[in-house]
Design a binder for this molecule. Structure first.
Ligand code: FES
Length: 107
């Protein structure tokens, strides 16, 4: 189990316990915690609704793949700390990560 801090759209932070051995990607973990992520592409790096900003720990993450980079490129609010959470698989390197939810969709 690792810990990831998530800042929601209201600026509130919560510390999540995240299993790194269940085969879930970070988007699926966030949805399991009932964060409002549509994930309309099902984790294919296409919809960008799982867009997050890495506030702390970015240097410990694996490089973005081509699909992730191509999708991030289409976002007006993406910057060098942007990632698609569906493309990140929790592992020990992500312990202590601090992220902020970016994409926001009214339900
Ligand atoms: S869930 Fe669609 S890009 Fe991540």
């Amino acid at each position: 189990m690792i810990n990831i801090t998530v800042e929601n759209h209201a600026g509130e932070r919560h510390l999540l316990d995240v299993p790194e051995d269940m085969g879930l990607n970070l988007m699926e973990v966030l949805k399991a915690y009932e964060y409002d992520i549509m994930a309309t592409c099902g984790g294919m790096a296409l919809c960008a609704t799982c867009h997050i900003e890495i506030l702390e720990g970015a240097e410990k993450l694996p490089e973005s793949n081509d699909s992730e980079l191509a999708t991030l490129d289409t976002l007006p609010d993406a910057d060098m700390n942007s990632r698609l959470s569906c493309q990140l698989r929790p592992d020990q390197n992500m312990d202590g990560l601090v992220i902020r939810l970016k994409a926001f969709h009214e339900v």
